[in-house]
Design a protein around this ligand. Structure first.
Ligand code: NAD
Ligand code: DAU
Length: 352
């Protein structure tokens, strides 16, 4: 048996593939376009793994997708491939439309043709799992209940609008054509291999380099943080037992303001890598121009996943952030390779 994982060289995709091989020996075909966010080095430890094949390519390349599906006959597709950074979607939305909407459409359509031609048994077991985000629900006020699967969609950034569109396509391909899909909507992940344009890895690395820790606006926006390995466990469970056509919210019940997040990671760094001059890393915090249209609060109600499928996250924010900081301290080579080239152009443009 084989599964196809798209976006497999990105942050969550690579964690998922590595995590899969800790649990199973079922084959994986990893597909990734290797945009600035895709890093084949994340999967380097699988170089000699006979159960793993990496293919460089675009989910919008219908010829390539068809040939992969026909050659490897996967029993499931897990679609992580996306443009994922909100700030980049504000600076240039086109890639988000191309991959998140058109790319998802092409992948769905080629999958539908493949699935239609399968025999009775493989057709019955086949699943298309689409990985989406809590951002499709829009923004919450502090006194509102967390997002449930029944919360209406109200995306507010080009990124979240493109993800919402992809979720609608996935739903339509199930409703209209019967494609066996399941969708997950997850809160903010953090952990190993997180590309350092996002808040947590950016601040860990800036702190260690003696640079500023940029907080947008007043830092009182709230996100619900989930350790990436807990997300991977949830996806495996949903793939195995999720209801066809269903959606599952995944979140860590770890709501924190951005300022709290950065202060906590500073205090972990103070302990694990104290500064030579004795000062605290939190003195590097600065307040910068806010993100346009900045969503105030995301929070996930994961009751459905917990009660239907028995999932619970293993990490608290405190244990997960410690593991994350330790990972970055132990992977300086990965960090310096990631921080070269295109990455510097983005940082200069965004934070000048
Ligand atoms: P990421 O940006 O780190 O990785 C995305 C990967 O997709 C990269 O490897 C990139 O090269 C690849 N990719 C981009 N366009 C492609 C295309 N057209 N064809 C094939 N591959 C392509 O993103 P991530 O943080 O790992 O997120 C993975 C998925 O999870 C995304 O769909 C994202 O919307 C969703 N998600 C992320 C979070 C989070 O906190 N990071 C939370 C909820 C949902
Ligand atoms: O909620 C799930 C989403 O989480 C995913 O769908 C996205 O793919 C993922 O990128 C993430 O989006 P956010 O915009 O919440 O993550 P980011 O790390 O970019 O920002 C987290 C918060 O920190 C957000 O409120 C903006 C703020 N921030 C971010 C950066 C990069 C800062 O204050 N300063 C910064 O430099």
């Amino acid at each position: 048996m084989t599964i196809l994982v798209t976006g497999a060289a990105g942050f969550i995709g690579s964690n998922f593939v590595l995590d899969w091989f800790e649990e199973y020996d079922e084959d994986i075909i990893s597909l990734d376009k290797l945009t600035y966010a895709g890093n084949p080095e994340n999967l380097k430890s699988l170089e000699n793994n006979k159960n793993h094949i990496f293919v460089k390519g675009d989910i919008a390349d219908e010829k390539l997708i068809t040939s992969i599906l026909n050659e490897y006959q996967p029993r499931a597709i897990i679609n992580f491939a996306a443009e994922s950074h909100v700030d980049r979607s504000i600076n240039g939305p086109k890639d988000f439309i191309d991959t998140n909407i058109i790319g998802t459409y092409s992948l769905l359509e080629m999958t539908r043709i493949y699935w239609n031609n399968l025999g009775y048994k493989p057709k019955n077991i086949f699943r298309f799992l689409h990985v989406s985000t809590d951002e499709v629900y829009g923004s919450l006020e502090n006194n509102e209940p967390p997002f449930s699967e029944m919360t209406p969609y109200a995306p507010s950034s080009p990124y979240s609008a493109s993800k919402a569109a992809s979720d609608h396509l996935v739903r339509a391909w199930h409703h209209t054509y019967g494609l066996p899909v399941v969708t997950t909507n997850c809160s903010n992940n953090y952990g190993p291999y997180h590309f350092p344009e996002k808040l947590i890895p950016l601040c860990i690395l800036n702190a260690l380099n003696g640079e500023s820790l940029p907080i947008y606006g007043d830092g009182q926006q709230i996100r619900d943080w989930l350790y990436v390995k807990d997300h991977c466990t949830a996806i495996r469970l949903v793939l195995k037992n999720g209801a066809l056509g269903g959606t599952y919210n995944i979140g860590g019940r770890n709501e924190k303001t951005n300022l709290d997040v950065v202060e906590i990671l500073c205090s972990v760094l103070d302990e694990l890598m104290p500064k030579k001059d004795g000062s605290k890393y939190s003195t590097q915090i600065i307040y910068v121009k806010d993100r346009p249209g900045h969503d105030k609060r995301y929070a996930i109600d994961a009751t459905k996943l917990e009660s239907e499928l028995g999932w619970l996250p293993e990490e608290t924010f405190e244990s997960g952030i410690r593991k994350t900081v330790e990972w970055y301290l132990g992977h300086q080579d990965w960090v310096s390779r990631v921080q070269s080239g295109e990455y510097q152009n983005w940082i200069n443009k965004q934070y000048q």
